[in-house]
Design a protein around this ligand. Structure first.
Ligand SMILES: Cc1ncc(COP(=O)(O)O)c(C=O)c1O
Length: 432
């Protein structure tokens, strides 16, 4: 079972800020004025996001570059806040590339992902992507034709699925049979194919293998494996390596375990970099989750409380159609209860005290659960359940229109907004 309190102790910098607390209080005031719909909102603390990522960037060693994998959350406000801080963005579809270009004409973009279509490759080149991560021999051949036809020299990395024993994490993309990358035994053929035409410039390799790894030392060892492998290929095939992309995968804890320790990771990385196994090459990272998870909250009002076969259930205004992550990963998502005073009905308020409760959503499926049998000191109809760490792989991976419930509000807390207030998505200006 997850306790939000224990997570906060380990990561005090991720406590909801005063501004988030003020906005939660405002929900109560609106209710008292009789102007409210049940609370259902994603809240983003853009100031906290900037602070977190700026601190990460300050510590980054020379010749390391950090990109944001927008798949974790392609929200334009987040992209705009990150654009001045990160080296650029990693995009996995033309939709993501367009989204980034809506916010910035000049941001550097890496284009990855399996199943790229010819039209996507064409448009990505037209939109000025910096580099393409090639996922298969067939994609390589198609890209070569497109590059030759357009008279371009396209910088590429070959994404390789290593045949090695790699550490386990919540999601594993390599070191075993997956749909990602070029299978390691095909590397020689892929290098030969890439060299066949001056329209492709082979800059190096892309080796993202695991997602949500909480162990910083293990992650540094993983990067060491990548660098050793690329060095071996560079020697064997006489390659000039400009960069190695080690992907993302820095973990966020949704239970009692500590988060990925960024400082420890960089410390463990330093001797590897000092050895300089690939002189002149840059080491790229493209994390998503670790950058944006902490700045996002999902707030859902308790609509009903009921007992079923001896178990307590809370029905929330919201659910997995907005926030699928806990159902997808089968975890109890960390939360806190935000009590609200306002009670508009002329009968007693349904209340649970000192009980275990299952936090269910408003969908007609028993899978619509965000946390199962978790202890609460007190929970009443009308209170708000505030899920923490909801900024990554939340709204963006969810089936928004199932059952046709209204979408949540998306509210941005930004100390750079003139009125220092939260605004709805459509109204809030994009601020760097
Ligand atoms: C190629 C690639 N890069 C980067 C990421 C971002 O990973 P994370 O959000 O775990 O840092 C992913 C996630 O699946 C990915 O597939």
């Amino acid at each position: 079972m997850t306790s939000a309190a224990s997570i906060m102790v380990r990561a005090p910098w991720h406590l909801p800020s005063e501004a988030i607390r003020r906005r939660l209080t405002a929900f109560d005031e609106q209710a008292a004025e009789g102007t409210h719909e049940p609370v259902c909102a994603f809240l983003y603390d853009l100031a906290a996001l900037r602070e977190h990522v700026a601190a990460m960037m300050t510590a980054l060693p020379q010749r390391c570059r950090l990109y944001y994998a927008v798949k974790a959350n392609p929200d334009r406000h987040l992209i705009a806040a990150l654009a001045p801080l990160v080296a650029g963005f990693e995009a996995a579809s033309i939709g993501e590339i367009r989204r980034i270009r809506e916010v910035s004409d000049t941001a550097s973009i890496l284009f990855g992902g399996p199943g790229k279509k010819d039209a996507e490759l064409e448009e990505a080149l037209a939109l000025g992507v910096e580099r393409i991560h090639v996922e298969s021999l067939h994609e390589l051949r198609r890209l070569r034709l497109i590059a030759e036809r357009r008279g371009l020299v396209v910088p590429i990395l070959l994404r390789v699925n290593l045949h090695d024993t790699l550490p386990e994490a919540t999601v594993t993309m390599a070191g075993r049979a997956t749909q990602f990358g070029i299978d390691e035994p095909q590397v020689a053929e892929a290098i030969a194919e890439a060299r066949r035409s001056p329209a492709l410039r082979l800059d190096g390799f892309h080796l993202h293998s695991i997602s949500n790894n909480l162990d910083a030392r293990l992650h540094a060892r993983l990067v060491a494996t990548y660098l050793a492998r690329v060095r071996a290929w560079a020697e064997r095939f006489d390659l000039e390596i400009r960069c190695v992309d080690a992907g993302g995968g820095f973990g966020v804890s949704y239970d009692e375990r500590p988060d990925f320790d960024w400082t420890l990771f960089l410390e463990a990385l330093r001797p590897l970099l000092d050895d300089d196994p690939l002189p002149g090459a840059e080491l790229l990272f493209e994390p998503g989750r670790f950058l944006v998870a902490f700045c996002g909250y999902y707030a859902a009002e308790v609509i009903d409380l009921k007992q079923s076969h001896g178990r307590d259930f809370a029905i929330l205004r919201g659910g997995t159609h907005h926030f699928r992550l806990p159902a997808s990963w089968r975890h109890d998502h960390p939360f806190e209860v935000v009590p609200r005073r306002h009670w508009p009905y002329p009968f007693p308020r349904p209340t649970l005290e000192g009980r275990r409760v299952t936090l269910a959503g408003e969908l007609c499926t028993p899978k619509d659960v965000l946390a199962s049998e978790v202890p609460v000191a007190r929970l009443r109809v009308g209170d708000v359940v505030l899920f923490h760490r909801a900024g990554a792989y939340g709204w963006t991976i969810s089936h928004h229109d199932f059952l046709g419930h209204a979408h949540p509000q998306h509210l941005y807390l930004d100390d750079r907004c003139d009125d220092k207030e939260l605004a709805r998505d459509a109204d809030c200006p994009l601020l760097p």
